[in-house]
Design a protein around this ligand. Structure first.
Ligand SMILES: Nc1nc2c(c(=O)[nH]1)N[C@H]1C(S)=C(S)[C@@H](COP(=O)(O)O)O[C@H]1N2
Ligand SMILES: [Mo]
Length: 214
């Protein structure tokens, strides 16, 4: 499958024109909602127009870069460690938010215990089975609510939402949460991901409405 160029061009245009920026909160909003966001009842799907087929039998997750113990996990190896759970809100830059998503998987902090990042590691770069990428500072990934998730609201994470396994980074806009995760590289220097080179903010903090690179 090829990336959906029209969809990508449209989102690049939103970054240029500042779609969704309000400069404030709307009346009647619950304080729990970041500025310019609205609560969505369902869980929308956003992707590049590619739905990668990744069977758990073939699934591999490679963790490498500035770490003392790089390795490649298969499904059983991941499952043996994935015993964490958390309930979080989730905010997409296109202005929808969902409340109380329940995720099960492996806290990123515990992944870090397994690989032991070197003192030089300050950034993390994620790549996915659909060719997507995104990047974060290591300090953000080490937060208590960041995890690799294979279950959502009591069910296996659906293919549309990034199954078998995706990242979940609740305190950043959702494009920082890579679906269909394939590779995690610990880095000394930052490297911009797919949307970060297309006009979207590198920091991506919903609470300061930090949507776009400007
Ligand atoms: N691999 C991959 N991860 C991705 C994306 C993508 O296109 N490919 N889209 C991002 C964007 S823009 C959003 S808003 C969320 C959407 O997650 P959802 O489809 O589960 O709502 O996934 C993020 N992670
Ligand atoms: Mo998004």
């Amino acid at each position: 499958m090829e990336p959906d160029d029209r969809l990508i061009a449209k989102k690049e245009e939103w970054a240029r024109t500042g779609r969704g920026l309000t400069g404030g909160t709307e009346k009647n909003e619950r304080p729990r909602l970041p500025p310019g966001q609205r609560l969505n009842k369902g869980f929308p799907v956003l992707d590049l127009g590619i739905l990668p087929e990744v069977d758990t039998d073939d699934w591999k997750l490679s963790i490498s870069g500035a770490v003392e113990n790089p390795f490649v996990w298969n499904w059983e190896e991941y499952l043996a460690l994935a015993a964490d759970q958390v309930t979080t809100d989730f905010h997409c830059v296109t202005t929808w938010s969902i409340f109380d998503a329940h995720w099960e998987g492996l806290f990123f902090k515990r992944l870090m215990e397994q690989v032991s990042p070197t003192p030089e590691a300050r950034f993390v770069y994620f790549t996915s089975y659909d060719g997507y990428s995104t990047n974060l500072p290591l300090s953000v990934c080490a937060d208590d609510d960041v995890l690799l998730a294979h279950r959502w609201n009591g069910q296996p994470l659906s293919k549309e939402h990034g199954g078998p396994v995706r990242m979940v980074v609740p305190k950043r806009y959702a494009w920082k949460s890579a679906k269909w995760i394939k590779e995690i590289v610990f880095m000394e220097n930052d490297r911009l991901g797919f949307w970060e080179v297309r006009g979207y903010s590198n920091t991506a903090d919903p609470w300061t409405e930090d949507r776009y690179a400007r």
